[in-house]
Design a protein around this ligand. Sequence first.
Ligand SMILES: N[C@@H](CCC[C@H](N)C(=O)O)C(=O)O
Length: 278
Amino acid sequence: MLEVTKYHGLGNDFILIDNRSSQTPLVSPEQAIKMCDRHFGIGADGVIFALPGVDNTDYTMRIFNSDGSEPQMCGNGIRCLARFLAELEGGESIGKTYRIHTLAGVISPRIEAQGQVKVDMGTPYLMAQEIPTTLGTPQDKVINQPLSVGGQSWSVTCVSMGNPHCITFVDDVAAIDLESIGPKFEHHPVFPERTNTEFIEVVRPDYLKMRVWERGAGITLACGTGACASVVAGVLTGNCARHCTVELPGGCLTIEWSVVDGRLYMTGPAEKVFTGQY
Ligand SMILES: N[C@@H](CCC[C@H](N)C(=O)O)C(=O)O
């Protein structure tokens, strides 16, 4: 029997595991695939583990996507993790800030009022070799590069938030056939570690509409690292302001790319769905 807690951030949903007594995840990637199955399991976009902290951090976050792969970071997931940890610890949580060790470095979520969590997401990585992508030259940014996918030419900008994102600006985000084009981006040979792909419609310079195909999870209702990467891409291409609302199918995130420290700040909700035994 395993205690599980389900949370979601704008419909991007996760099974949270209290793994504070061990550095080894209590669930294998194969078990995570079964748990995430929406017909034969609990149903989720991923499984998140709250492990002990290392190197002066409070905790470590690890995550398995619903296909069992392990990404470096998850923006919606870390908001869920912050509220899960506050619940496990008990007591007053508003204002509580955690330093979380992730494969993308130390990330700091702070619990705000009304179920919101503000996360210091760190600085983006922009060089092609850091994404990673073989587009362009290894030590240059990939901005508005042509890329042929599914028989069509797309203009793409690549940003890593620890995990890889390929962003393309489109006139009408609702018209994108995500089911068909998403996997073609994800497995395109120019992305050796696969990629998350964001399709962005600029409604106003401070308001973007986004749909996402996630590496290892497919279509999701929201992606926090994707929203951050998209604002960075929007600034680099002159499409948006540094402070934006990003509307996703599951709701809105507020993203700021600070001019002061160059870091991304993401604010959005995280909600508990249920606790149970698996
Ligand atoms: N939904 C997440 C991103 C989860 C990881 C992603 N699928 C990957 O493989 O990089 C978010 O909110 O950031």
